[in-house]
Design a protein around this ligand. Structure first.
Ligand code: ATP
Ligand code: MG
Length: 426
């Protein structure tokens, strides 16, 4: 029979890999806690309209990447392609944005039907950060410092750089769009097909094209910076001054745009050159119009998303070896003879007394020799051996597996004290 495989582009994270994920998640959520951000969780599916209305009808995501299904009652639902829209929906629905600020984060899978390749999958994971009710630029600087710290404390600082831009106000972008279209229109034939289509629908997205002939053509194009409104310009200058004062290095990239329509003013990406075309590891910006667009009161907002798969790939290329990478139990409990009940009881006693120690019980019986072989293969540091004599006398035999210390049989209580001493240093 043909075995069932995972859906293309959707990965299993196996036990050998999970220490990297646990490491990332614990470093990042630890930093978020230190900055006073709180976790929010929301469903993985939402009404399709939520994403259409927020991300924008003529974006790659909505046009061709969403997993959209009909629910059994005929409603159109979508597996979330990102978290910002859901986060806004949840905050609005529960009144979290009324007269208050929020600093929030979430973590979980996102879904986009893209062509799978290294660093690009159909189910991937993001840690998202969103701040509501603050118009910055101090909060813009805070979340950039926060993202910089995450990369630094993960040991990746020298493998990434920060690119910044200001996307200005809606009016500024409208004026710029006209200028960009006027420039590109006469060269329409030289554009790649996607960009040709975008010329009529979402021309700013052309700036983000990865096709080199299109990029060459863009070299002579007007730049958004020249079309910025006064307020956005001042905001951007203040942000840069704050970053300078805090020693955050960045470069201004006037062609940086984001793939989602709701962004305005500050936009940024942390980029590595180690993952080819999948070089953006963290991306975000300000989206002051989105809450209102989804039916709430006008609320300034800014956020970013970190792609965890890309960080895992980067971490694996470093010397960083997360705790637990070579994880194995410290104690292997061998139970020889008719002592199954006592063995489980002993295991529980040890776990009660030594909560930080890991103990693997041998299950399924077998000869003494066989059990010791298993103990050795488990990489445990020592074996506890419970035979019928020991069980009767409430004693246990301790055999060190990694050195020549002679084995000894002790009353159980003394044995636990002994274990505490030899395993404490770990
Ligand atoms: P890209 O330009 O690489 O397609 P994007 O602009 O679509 O990225 P965002 O929507 O801003 O990405 O998502 C934020 C982050 O999530 C990205 O910087 C990236 O690290 C990660 N990400 C996005 N799409 C994928 C994917 N299909 N697979 C893995 N990670 C992804
Ligand atoms: Mg994308």
């Amino acid at each position: 029979m043909k075995k069932i495989q995972a859906i293309r582009g959707m990965n299993d994270i196996l036990p050998d890999q999970s220490p990297y994920w646990q490491h990332l998640e614990s470093v990042i959520t630890g930093i978020l806690r230190r900055y006073g951000y709180r976790e929010i969780r929301f469903p993985i599916v939402e009404s399709t309209d939520l994403f259409k209305r927020s991300i924008g009808e003529v974006t790659d995501i909505v046009e061709k990447e969403m997993y959209t299904f009909e629910d059994r009652n005929g409603d159109s639902i979508t597996l979330r392609p990102e978290g910002t829209a859901s986060c806004v929906r949840a905050c609005e629905q529960h009144g979290l944005l009324y007269n208050q600020t929020q600093r929030l984060w979430y973590l979980g899978p996102m879904f986009r039907h893209e062509r799978p390749q290294k660093g690009r999958y159909r189910q991937f994971h993001q840690i998202g950060v969103e701040v509501f009710g603050l118009e910055g630029p101090d909060i813009d600087a805070e979340i950039l410092l926060l993202s910089a710290r995450i990369l630094r404390e993960l040991g990746l600082a020298d493998r990434v750089h920060l690119e910044l831009n200001s996307l200005g106000s809606t009016e500024a972008r409208t004026r710029y769009r006209e200028a960009l279209v006027a420039y590109l229109e006469p060269h329409r034939e030289q554009l790649d097909p996607d960009s040709q289509r975008r010329l009529g629908t979402n021309p700013l997205r052309i700036l983000d094209s990865k096709v080199s002939t299109t990029q060459q053509l863009l070299e002579g194009a007007p730049v958004l910076t020249d079309y910025l409104d006064e307020e956005s310009r001042a905001h951007f200058e203040q942000l840069q001054a704050l970053l300078d004062a805090n020693g955050v290095a960045y470069s201004v990239n006037p062609r940086l745009v984001r793939g989602l329509d709701y962004y305005g003013k500050t936009a940024f990406e942390w980029i590595t050159d180690q993952l080819g075309a999948q070089g953006t590891v963290c991306a975000g910006g300000r989206y002051d119009g989105l809450v209102e667009q989804l039916g709430g009161k006008p609320t300034p907002a800014i956020g970013f998303g970190i792609g965890l798969e890309r960080l895992v790939l980067m971490l694996q290329a470093t010397e960083v070896k997360p705790a637990g990478l070579e994880q194995h139990a410290q104690i292997y409990l061998a139970a020889v003879g008719d002592v199954h009940t006592q063995a489980l009881q002993l295991a529980e006693r040890v776990r009660d007394a030594l909560p930080s120690v890991s103990l693997l019980t041998h299950c399924g019986g077998g000869s003494f020799k066989n059990q010791l072989k298993r103990a050795d293969r488990s990489q445990a540091q020592l074996a506890l051996i419970l035979g019928e004599d020991e069980a009767r006398a409430d004693t246990v035999t301790i055999k060190m597996l990694r050195d020549d210390t002679p084995q000894k049989t002790l009353p159980t209580l003394e044995a636990i004290d002994y274990l505490r001493t030899v395993l404490q240093s770990q």
